[in-house]
Design a protein around this ligand. Structure first.
Ligand code: FAD
Length: 399
């Protein structure tokens, strides 16, 4: 009987690792099934662009995995039962259970908009495609270029900065306010903070520093200091959370639900479960938790791949690098910041601002999409034929 690998989630982490596993393991011995809630690959790193009104590429997962032997099941994961080694899914035809021998959990994260009253009801987040599209619809509904209408972006983490600058650049008639709890871009170096401030000035963004939000209403944002901001669209970017599926299934998780793993991304409570991407609590080589990011998805995915391949083939499992060295932040389409970080995760004085980091970021995102959507690149022809035969329509679970 073939070894059944089930990959939950086909985002940056899951899609890439599924493709790599298909390339490295024999289809004669293994069967790989990917479960994803939607039929296409969502470029999450571009969702602020989508919200601002740009169109972004979303390749069909069925095309991405064509010729790999991977079985694609478009369904929502509702539960995992690591004792029985099954995953429960729901789809248009009712769903069911999928059994596994090895589970790779890569369900990512979603926006945390429950932090203050009214945010869940009245604010928009850009952590998922449906929510980014809802924001876009609201911005479109503000008329023309949105002259005289107000957008308030809450949170000056990387997502908040990218959202505020992208919206201000794409819709110059809007009045955009960015709310920072401390100093703007507090985690950046002094030079990078200066660059960010100049970019906000150039784009006409009002920055409110040292400001906390108490509540969000349909057309207002209420701040702790008593000030009230008129808002036609409030964008909530202050934090990401994971779904409680792993915790509910009994996997060992942190207090915020991320799966606890060893150095090889293997669950410490259930050894045939691996976790990667935003869902995992992975400690980097500097002893600090890796941040939720595409880079971490790559590092944790690379390590899990080595571990799964090693354990199935009897090869020694190498330790791959788990390091986080820099951030690139887009400030609209023509400006950006590259910030290097030290071993303690703190910003180094060294940074780059302007068109060059914007181009580096664009290339990084394109490379991530290319790598994810070309899983058969480098696959020997014979193996590709075998895989394609294995994924013939009668073999596929659902696509
Ligand atoms: C606007 C924005 C900009 C960002 N910019 C950057 C950046 O510049 N650099 C950076 O490093 N990071 C950035 N990030 C963070 C980065 O996108 C995430 O860290 C990364 O996507 C994590 O990868 P993942 O595979 O774990 O999760 P995801 O890419 O979110 O993939 C999770 C997958 O699981 C599927 N899924 C979720 N729940 C279920 C379910 N119950 N059933 C079935 N399928 C499910 C989803 O449909 C999705 O396909 C950004 C995030 C956002 C929102």
């Amino acid at each position: 009987m073939k070894h059944r690998i089930v990959v939950l989630g086909a985002g940056y982490a899951g899609a890439f690792v599924a493709g790599t596993l298909a390339r490295r393991l024999s289809p004669a011995d293994t069967e790989i099934t990917v479960v994803n809630a939607v039929p296409d690959f969502v470029q999450r790193m571009r969702l602020h662009q989508l919200a601002a009104g740009q169109d972004i590429e979303a390749p069909k997962l069925a095309d991405v995995f064509a010729g790999t032997g991977i079985r694609l099941r478009v369904a929502r994961v509702t539960a995992v039962d690591p004792e029985r080694q099954v995953v429960v899914v729901a789809d248009a035809v009712g769903g069911g259970e999928i059994g596994y021998d090895t589970l790779l959990y890569a369900l990512g994260s979603r926006g945390d908009n429950h932090a203050v009253p009214g945010a869940a009801e009245h604010a928009f987040d850009i952590a998922s495609r449906p929510s980014a599209l809802r924001l876009r619809e609201r911005l479109d509904g503000l008329g023309g270029r949105g002259e005289g209408r107000n957008v308030v972006v809450v949170g000056d983490g990387l997502t908040g900065i990218e959202a505020a600058t992208e919206i201000a650049e794409s819709r110059p008639g809007l009045s955009v306010t960015l709310i920072a709890r401390g100093e703007l871009g507090a985690r950046l170096s002094e030079g990078a903070r200066g660059h960010l401030r100049r970019a906000c000035d150039r784009l006409g963004i009002t920055v409110l520093e040292h400001t906390s939000v108490d509540a969000v209403e349909a057309t207002r944002v209420l701040c702790t200091d008593g000030s009230v901001l008129a808002s036609d669209a409030t964008v909530w970017t202050a934090g990401f959370v994971v779904d409680p599926i792993a915790a509910a299934g009994g996997l060992e998780v942190t207090e915020n639900g991320r799966i606890v793993v060893d150095r090889t991304m293997r669950s410490v409570s259930h050894p045939n479960v691996y976790a990667i991407g935003d869902s995992v609590y992975a400690v980097g080589d500097n002893g600090l938790p890796l941040p939720m990011s595409c880079a971490s998805a790559g590092y944790t995915g690379g390590q899990a791949t080595e571990a799964i391949v090693g354990r199935l083939t009897g090869r020694k499992v190498p330790n791959t690098k788990l390091v986080y060295t820099y951030n690139t932040i887009s400030l609209g389409r023509r400006d950006g910041i590259l910030q290097t970080v030290d071993d303690e995760g703190q910003a180094k004085p060294k940074h780059m601002g302007g068109r060059k980091p914007a181009r580096i970021k664009e290339l990084t995102i394109k490379a991530a999409l290319w790598a994810t959507s070309h899983p058969t690149f480098g696959l020997p022809k014979r193996k590709r034929r075998l895989a394609a035969a294995d994924a013939s329509p009668e073999n596929r679970v659902a696509a």
